[in-house]
Design a protein around this ligand. Structure first.
Ligand code: DP6
Length: 331
């Protein structure tokens, strides 16, 4: 392994119980626990090298046309935190890439920033535990904390920055379920999730949502324990609608969906009603729809989704391991 150089691969994750609304925006401590699954086929890879000769940090995004200044800032902040921990002032070269379009409702900040966090720690020789890494990734993006552990994950909200982190609840091979992702646009969303979180408390329904979420977390965990796919799916779908109800009733309101999103929702329900296929939808902060099914049905589901006009890409995901180092550097 090269000294001061490391490459990490990290998955996106899909939330079954969502993180929407922060208790503390600065430390990204959330208002509620959330539950997610790491995704096998949507991921980011990042290579970081620190060198004395580098005069400033250099960041390159592969396969991306538009880079917003805030994306660069977020990465620089990760570097600063890790450099503080390692007590160094070295500058870095970073090359990063996603295998999917960012900011369309696939959690690109989760995979991207967890990969940067782990790669930076590794390159500087920091030996952190998964809990420490999850906390560090959380500071970059809340959902990134959930891409550190493997498989099915719970982010325990904690009470402050030092006890808010994600842990595994089941390993990736525990349950054969799939997330068939229907990407419906390559365009970036107008309202980033960080801004959406800030609006959550302006919805008159946020208090009610938060009051009931502990019960919902316990209920969905029970269905996962029993592998009761039907009850699990019902909770997951209701939860997605609950988060979007907050978005729709925030001031100003946020509508993340487009026509294709609605078309998919209707089809998923119709397939269940007609006993053609049992699957359930969930949606993050974008128009992309994640359709969850039992893995035995994933091909059938992808085939049905393919027939819906407006879907640009379909990606089948199984539960995956979390952020890890790999040998193949990007430079
Ligand atoms: C809608 O992690 O993108 O995907 O902490 O401000 O970076 P920041 O927000 P982010 O939140 C997105 C939340 C969500 C729901 C979820 O995945 O839980």
């Amino acid at each position: 392994m090269d000294k001061y150089k490391a490459t990490c691969k990290s998955p996106a994750n899909i939330a079954f119980i969502k993180y929407w609304g922060k208790a503390d925006p600065k430390t990204r401590v959330p208002q509620n626990n959330s539950i997610s699954m790491c995704l096998s086929d949507l991921c980011s890879v990042c290579t970081i090298e620190f060198k004395k000769e580098f005069k400033k940090d250099k960041i390159k995004f592969l396969n991306e046309k538009v880079i917003k200044p805030r994306e660069i800032e977020r990465i620089i902040k990760v570097l600063d935190r890790v450099k503080d921990l390692a007590k160094t002032n070295l500058r870095a070269k970073i090359v990063t890439k996603n295998n999917f379009p960012k900011a369309t409702g696939v959690a690109s900040s989760a995979s991207g920033l967890s990969a940067v966090t782990l790669a930076a720690c590794q390159a500087l020789g920091l030996k952190l535990t998964k809990v420490e890494l999850s906390k560090l990734a959380r500071l970059a993006s809340g959902t990134a904390s959930r891409s550190i552990p493997d498989g099915f994950v719970e982010w325990k909200k904690g009470t402050n920055g030092s006890n808010s982190y994600a842990v595994q609840i089941f390993s990736p091979d525990y349950w054969q379920i799939s997330d068939v992702v229907a990407i419906v646009t390559q365009k970036m969303k107008k309202i980033p999730s960080t801004s959406g979180h800030k609006l959550a408390d302006t919805s008159p329904f946020q208090k009610t949502r938060i009051a009931g979420i502990h019960k919902k977390i316990n209920a969905i965990k029970k269905t996962m324990k029993k592998k009761d796919f039907t009850k699990f799916g019902q909770i997951l779908e209701q939860e997605a609608l609950s988060m979007h109800a907050i978005c729709l009733t925030s001031q100003p309101s946020i509508l993340y969906w487009n026509q294709t999103t609605v078309k998919i929702i209707k089809k998923v329900k119709q397939w269940r009603e007609n006993m053609e296929l049992e699957s359930y939808f969930t949606i993050d902060a974008g128009p992309t729809v994640h359709v969850i099914c039992q893995s035995k049905d994933e091909k059938k589901l992808a085939g049905k989704l393919k027939k819906i006009k407006g879907i640009e890409r379909i990606v089948i995901n199984r539960p995956s391991i979390g952020a890890r180092t790999i040998d193949k550097h990007l430079f």
